[in-house]
Design a protein around this ligand. Structure first.
Ligand SMILES: Nc1ncnc2c1ncn2[C@@H]1O[C@H](COP(=O)(O)OP(=O)(O)OP(=O)(O)O)[C@@H](O)[C@H]1O
Length: 216
């Protein structure tokens, strides 16, 4: 097992539950598709798993090599292992290559092996020169592929992917899915066909804040 999540609970500002007691585990190579209507809490769940958003109860544990919580590891190290990739990179300053240098310069990344993000993204039709442009000069689909390539280059244990192919054409979507095959992922998707292709299990958050898990 790579990641175990037990009874994760998050309330809205109103006090109502967004989701509660969410419990699942991921084995190496599992992809958990996260489903549910807009606004139900899918992004918030991923951000809780990455320790970017505080939650009200529950425990997240990385199981390799031994059970380790974010508190044991320290949040920066946790985020290097359980990495969140936003749907759209925020309006970051500088260029993607500067961003990669900055990410790999973080103390939590030091001593870790890194792959070449330029090479990874090249396979998805991202040309070298895009890495030297300012982020706002990249299209939505280019930003998405570049951000994903940066995450893959950091080789985290778990990837938390927020609709990673929402701005991509069908052929590029399939290439990205193939590149992610075998990775351990939590992957938000609104696309039934994509869920069928990528998911080993699915977690659906319902409008009443309950959830269900389906094994495929
Ligand atoms: N920073 C924030 N502060 C307060 N409330 C927020 C914040 N971000 C999201 N929310 C609220 O939390 C709820 C869940 O939002 P979230 O983005 O997690 O939903 P989602 O299922 O990912 O939606 P979508 O499918 O539209 O991306 C929504 O009611 C949203 O308005």
């Amino acid at each position: 097992m790579v990641l175990q999540v037990k009874e994760l609970t998050k309330r809205k500002d109103t006090g109502d539950h967004l989701f509660y007691d969410v419990t699942f585990s991921l084995h190496p190579g599992d992809t958990l598709a996260v489903r549910g209507p807009s606004g139900v809490g899918k992004t918030t769940l991923l951000r809780c798993l990455a320790q970017l958003t505080p939650y009200d109860a529950g425990v997240c544990t990385l199981m390799t090599p031994k059970p380790t919580t974010p508190q044991d590891l320290g949040v920066p190290q946790w985020r290097a292992s359980v990495m969140y990739v936003p749907q759209r990179p925020a309006q970051l300053p500088g260029t993607p290559l500067e961003f990669f240098d900055q990410v790999t310069g973080f103390r939590a990344q030091q001593g870790r092996a890194h792959y070449d993000p330029v090479e990874i993204a090249e396979d998805w039709g991202v040309s070298d020169e895009l890495w030297h442009k300012k982020w706002p000069e990249l299209s939505g689909g280019e930003q998405q592929r570049v951000a994903l390539a940066v995450a893959l280059a950091c080789d985290p244990k778990v990837l938390l992917l927020d609709e990673p192919t929402s701005a991509l054409d069908p052929a590029t979507t399939l290439m990205v899915e193939q590149a992610l095959a075998g990775r351990t992922c939590v992957w938000i998707t609104h696309d039934d066909a994509q869920e069928k292709r990528i998911a080993t299990k699915s977690l659906t958050i319902h409008a009443d804040a309950t959830y269900s898990i389906t094994e495929h």
